[in-house]
Write a protein that binds this ligand. Structure first.
Ligand code: NAP
Length: 324
C-alpha cells in the first residue's frame, strides 16, 4: 500500500486507514444498527495484516465500545506490529443517547485516561478534538491536548470538523498535526479553503466517509436505504433519502462502467478519487466485516489519470444539475 507523510509529523500513514464508527454498535443515537463484535475485531486484525498501518476511532463511538474493540484487535495484532492509533475526545455520553460537546480541560484529561484504558495502550499516537463544540471553549480544549503532549500520553494533537477560522484560532497557540474533515464525491466543502490552508500550514488531512457512509460502493439501492432500521442513523441522513438518494444512486450507476474499465470497484474509485488531492494524507474507510477489507485497501494503489478524473468531473456536474 502507498503511504504519505501526515503533514509535518514525519509519520508515514498508508493512504487508506481503518475506521471504526460503525463497529460501536447500536446503543447510541448515531449508531449504525447492530454490529457483530467478533467480526469487527477480525476485520481490524485482517486490515492491519493486509497492510493498513493505522486505525481511527473515537471515545464516542458506541460510548467507548469501539475503542474496546480496537483494544482487543491491538492485543491480537501484538506490540511488534502495532498500527498507529488515532482517537478523539470532546463528545460525552448522555443517558438520552445523544452525545454532548465538552472541551473543558479536566474533562478532556479524564477522557484521555479512559481511552488509554479501553485501548490498552500507554500512549495515543494521534489525539483529536472531535468537534469544535462548544466553540467558545476551543482554546481551553486545545490547551488540554498540549498538557497531554507534555505528559507523553499522546504523541500528536489534531482536530476534526474544524473550519479555517477555527483552525486559525488553535494554530495560533500550538501547531496542529492533522485535520479530520468529511470528504467524498458528494461532499466537497473542504476544497476551496480548508485543503489549501492545511497545505500552507503543513497540516496532515485524514478524510472521513470517502464512500459517503456506504452509499458510494455500488451495494446500496432504494430498497436497502428504505429498510435501514431506526437504530442505524443513516435512516435519518438526507443523503439516503428522496431526491438526494436518487441522484447519488444515479451517480453510482454511472461510475460502474468506469470502474469496470479500470478493473476496480465503485468503492475503490470513490476512495481513490479523494486521494487525487495531494493535500489528503489518507482516507479513512469504515470496515465492520473481514470480507470488506481487501477491496477497500486496494484503493490505495489505484491511481486515477487526468482523463478518468475528467470523466468523473462531468458525472459530478450531472449530479449537481439534477439537484439544482
Ligand atoms: N471525525 C468525524 O466526525 C468522523 C465522522 C464520520 C466518520 N469518521 C471516521 O471515518 C471512518 C469512515 O467513515 P464512515 O464509516 O462514515 O463511512 P465510509 O467509509 O464512507 O463507509 C463505510 C461503510 O461502507 C460500507 N462498506 C465498507 N466496505 C464495503 C465494501 N467492501 N463493500 C460494500 N460496502 C462497504 C459499510 O457499510 P455497511 O457495513 O452498512 O455495509 C461501511 O460501514 C469512520 O469509521 C470513522 O472512523 C469520523
Amino acid at each position: 500500500m502507498r503511504t504519505r507523510d501526515l503533514g509535518s509529523t514525519g509519520i508515514p500513514l498508508t493512504t487508506v486507514g481503518l475506521g471504526t464508527w460503525a463497529i460501536g454498535g447500536a446503543n447510541w443515537r448515531f449508531g449504525w444498527g447492530a454490529s457483530d463484535d467478533r467480526e469487527a475485531v477480525a476485520a481490524l486484525v485482517r486490515g492491519v495484516r493486509a497492510g493498513a498501518n493505522w486505525i481511527d476511532t473515537a471515545a464516542v463511538y458506541g460510548f467507548g465500545h469501539a475503542e474496546e474493540l480496537v483494544g482487543a484487535a491491538l492485543k491480537q495484532i501484538g506490540p511488534g506490529s502495532r498500527p498507529f492509533v488515532a482517537t478523539k475526545c470532546s463528545r460525552l455520553p448522555q443517558e438520552s443517547g445523544v452525545p454532548r460537546g465538552c472541551l473543558q480541560r479536566d474533562s478532556i484529561l479524564r477522557e484521555c485516561e479512559a481511552s488509554l484504558r479501553r485501548l490498552g495502550v500507554d500512549h495515543i499516537d494521534l489525539y483529536q478534538v472531535h468537534w469544535p463544540d462548544p466553540e467558545a471553549d476551543l482554546e481551553e480544549g486545545w490547551d488540554a491536548l498540549g498538557t497531554l503532549l507534555q505528559q507523553g500520553k499522546i504523541r500528536f494533537a489534531g482536530v476534526s470538523n474544524f473550519d479555517v477560522a477555527q483552525l486559525d484560532r488553535v494554530q495560533a497557540r500550538r501547531p496542529v498535526a492533522s485535520l479530520q474533515p468529511p470528504y467524498s464525491m458528494v461532499r466537497r466543502g473542504i476544497e476551496p479553503a480548508v485543503l489549501p490552508w492545511c497545505a500552507a500550514h503543513g497540516v496532515g488531512v485524514v478524510v472521513y466517509s470517502p464512500m459517503q457512509k456506504g452509499l458510494l460502493t455500488g451495494r446500496f439501492d432504494v430498497a436497502r436505504a428504505r429498510s435501514l432500521p431506526d437504530d442505524d442513523h443513516r435512516s435519518r441522513d438526507p443523503e439516503f433519502q428522496g431526491a438526494r438518494l436518487a441522484a447519488n444512486l444515479a451517480l453510482v450507476d454511472a461510475l460502474r462502467g468506469l470502474a469496470q474499465e479500470l478493473g476496480a470497484t465503485v468503492a475503490q474509485l470513490a476512495i481513490a478519487w479523494t486521494l487525487r488531492r495531494p493535500e489528503v494524507t489518507s482516507a479513512i474507510v469504515g470496515v465492520r466485516r473481514p470480507e470488506q477489507v481487501e477491496e477497500l485497501l486496494g484503493a490505495s494503489d489505484l491511481a486515477l489519470d487526468a482523463a478518468v478524473l475528467g470523466v468523473i468531473d462531468r458525472l459530478l456536474e450531472t449530479r449537481e444539475a439534477r439537484l439544482a
